[in-house]
Design a protein around this ligand. Structure first.
Ligand SMILES: NC(=O)c1ccc[n+]([C@@H]2O[C@H](COP(=O)([O-])OP(=O)(O)OC[C@H]3O[C@@H](n4cnc5c(N)ncnc54)[C@H](O)[C@@H]3O)[C@@H](O)[C@H]2O)c1
Length: 255
């Protein structure tokens, strides 16, 4: 156990999936001393993640939370503040991916549902965190975008639109809240071995093989690769970092 997150109160959304980025972030931050609240629509799944963290000596609890619902955000933040008195770090990790070709019948419904969760969910969360962090003198908000928020991906126009939106609203909010000592940054994972990626690979096998073959590092990413980047942004080691985008993709978008 380290101490890079000692005393910090953290909320991570989308913590049920294992292997998943949210669960890995929760584990990594708890291992550095954070008190972690994990949320997800899947209550049984997120309770299990929290239990596994506690089993390893970390401080973690779980709460049911649909990030697309403003009522849910109000309840989750109010309960967290009642219990711990403040919020130091929010990781807007919950997200959905639907591969849908632009001319398919699913293209527009997929656009709407991904915007609801990926964009509106992260946006409401950012808003709620800004209000809470202003009360306690500052904090760090970390929004999960994607390499699909940086470059184009065949078959993923609606997902890419949602992740591009996350990148740019985050930068704008960063400007608004920098003077309040609140930092807002985005993390852009490449292809990371999680349940989401398994679904994407099944529905879009041909493109996935080409993408995997083109990763300069020669391997897919692991959830821990992303959790280590989030740890830096969540800790006081990054107090001069805001409005920035962190690409963790084995070099995929460098070419
Ligand atoms: N895996 C990758 O390669 C990759 C790459 C780039 C970006 N990302 C992003 O990283 C984040 C995590 O991805 P992952 O691969 O761990 O995904 P995952 O599908 O494995 O896990 C996502 C979690 O979010 C939860 N969730 C979905 N909708 C929700 C909602 N409305 N409210 C609350 N929780 C909800 C799910 O139940 C699940 O537990 C996502 O934002 C994703 O878009 C992932």
């Amino acid at each position: 156990m380290g101490n890079r997150m000692d005393g910090k109160i953290v909320l991570v959304t989308g913590g049920a999936s294992r292997p998943g980025i949210g669960a890995a972030v929760g584990e990594r931050l708890a291992a550095e001393g954070a008190t972690v609240v994990l949320s997800d629509v899947d209550l049984a799944g997120v309770e299990e993640t929290a239990r596994l963290i506690r089993e390893n000596g970390g401080a973690a609890s779980a709460v049911q939370h649909d990030v697309a619902s403003q009522d849910d955000w109000e309840r989750v933040i109010a309960e967290l503040l009642a219990e711990y008195g403040r919020l130091d770090v929010l990781v807007n990790n919950a997200g959905i991916l639907e591969v849908a070709s632009v001319a398919s019948d699913r293209a527009v419904p997929a656009l709407r549902s991904q915007f609801d969760v990926n964009v509106v969910g992260s946006f409401i969360g950012t808003q709620a965190a800004v209000k809470a962090m202003r009360q306690s003198g500052g904090g760090s908000i970390i929004n999960l975008s994607s390499v699909a928020g940086l470059v184009g991906f065949r078959g993923s126009a609606s997902y890419a639109a949602s992740k591009g939106a996350v990148k740019l609203f985050s930068k704008s909010v960063a400007l608004e809240v920098a003077a309040d000592n609140i930092r807002v940054n985005t993390v852009h994972p490449g292809i990371i071995r999680t349940n989401m990626q398994d679904q994407g690979a099944e529905s879009n096998a041909e493109n996935y093989e080409a993408i995997e073959a083109a990763i300069p590092a020669g391997r897919l990413g692991e959830p821990l690769d992303i959790a280590n980047c989030v740890l830096f942004l969540a800790s006081d080691e990054s107090t001069y970092v805001t409005g920035a985008e962190f690409v963790v993709d084995g070099g995929y978008t460098a070419q």
